[in-house]
Design a protein around this ligand. Structure first.
Ligand SMILES: [Zn+2]
Length: 295
């Protein structure tokens, strides 16, 4: 029995909006792709730009976002698009963009997910590859209080949990969430969870020229006493958004991943390091197909 068949969408769909970083008006198009294609991003505003595969090998260091680059062509902040594709198990898709980043939308994956559902997700005639975590893996940040770990799961699922504690003085309260990922739980429990920044981080980003057209209504900005000019969609929206980020980053492995994963205060660069570690540890494994799994 194959784990499942690969999936794509039945027709192109688009999402338009403002890029959070550049403030540019962006048109993103999800385009169906053949089995084995995977997810790739294509900049249509750059002459002769090659598609950039959404794989960890193409990531470049960035603060607070996941960015891929190939032959000098860069796509910033792909994580919320990646989470929508991974959460809905869309394996083959070309993501066209007429700018350097996806539309920010409301800082969540909801609009991307809605458009992918509008496009109707269809099965293809090839099995999807997957990787079962064979043994525990852990990476931690330099200061020791950030970590991502994974261990073989008790079932065939991908489960991600996230705990967040920025200390008693933080406006963001300590919180924990755990989600067993499938398209239904993704839509119900994760897709709507919005990105968040602290007020001083937002000021620092503006000082660097980022986010000029983005306001506290467009994402969650936390001041000293709580969220500014906005209302939380759940008490643990921040932890849920972090799970959404982890899901998008884990998808950079390029196949389904099964196991139980736990992250503490991790961000995109540590998530990417974790994915690289998984690939290293499993370098000797043939990524299981139906035949090898049955053996
Ligand atoms: Zn995010």
């Amino acid at each position: 029995m194959p784990h499942r068949l690969q999936r794509t969408i039945s027709r192109p769909v688009e999402v338009t909006g403002i890029g959070f970083l550049t403030g540019a008006d962006i048109r993103l198009r999800f385009i169906p792709a053949k089995p084995g294609h995977g997810i790739a991003f294509l900049r249509t505003d750059r002459l002769h730009a090659p598609p950039v595969p959404a794989l960890v090998e193409y990531t470049i260091p960035r603060q607070r976002r996941t960015t891929i680059q190939r032959c000098g062509v860069t796509i910033e902040m792909i994580e919320h698009v990646m989470a929508a594709l991974a959460g809905l198990a869309v394996d083959n898709c070309l993501v066209e963009l007429n700018g350097p980043e996806p539309p920010g939308c409301d800082g969540s994956s909801r609009l991307f997910a809605e458009r992918l559902l509008d496009a109707r997700i269809v099965e293809q005639d090839q099995p999807r590859k997957w990787l079962d975590l064979a043994r525990p893996i852990r990476v931690s940040g330099d200061d020791g209080d950030q970590s991502v770990s994974g261990e073989p799961g008790r079932d065939d699922a991908l489960t991600i949990s996230y705990s967040l504690d920025y200390g008693p003085a933080s406006a963001i309260k300590p919180q924990f969430a755990r989600v067993r990922i499938d398209p239904e739980t993704f839509l119900n429990e994760l897709a709507w969870a919005r990105t968040f920044v602290l007020e001083h981080e937002a000021h620092a980003l503006r000082a660097q020229g980022y986010g000029r057209r983005t306001t506290a209504r467009d994402l969650l900005i936390f001041g000293e006493t709580g969220v500014i000019d906005n209302v939380l969609r759940s008490d643990d929206e921040c932890a849920r958004h972090k799970i959404l980020d982890c899901l998008g980053d884990l998808a950079l492995i390029g196949c389904d991943l099964r196991g139980s994963f736990e992250a503490c205060r991790s961000g995109h660069s540590l998530n990417a390091e974790f994915v690289r570690r998984i690939k290293l540890v499993h370098a000797e494994s043939v990524w299981p197909l139906a035949a090898s799994k049955a053996a």
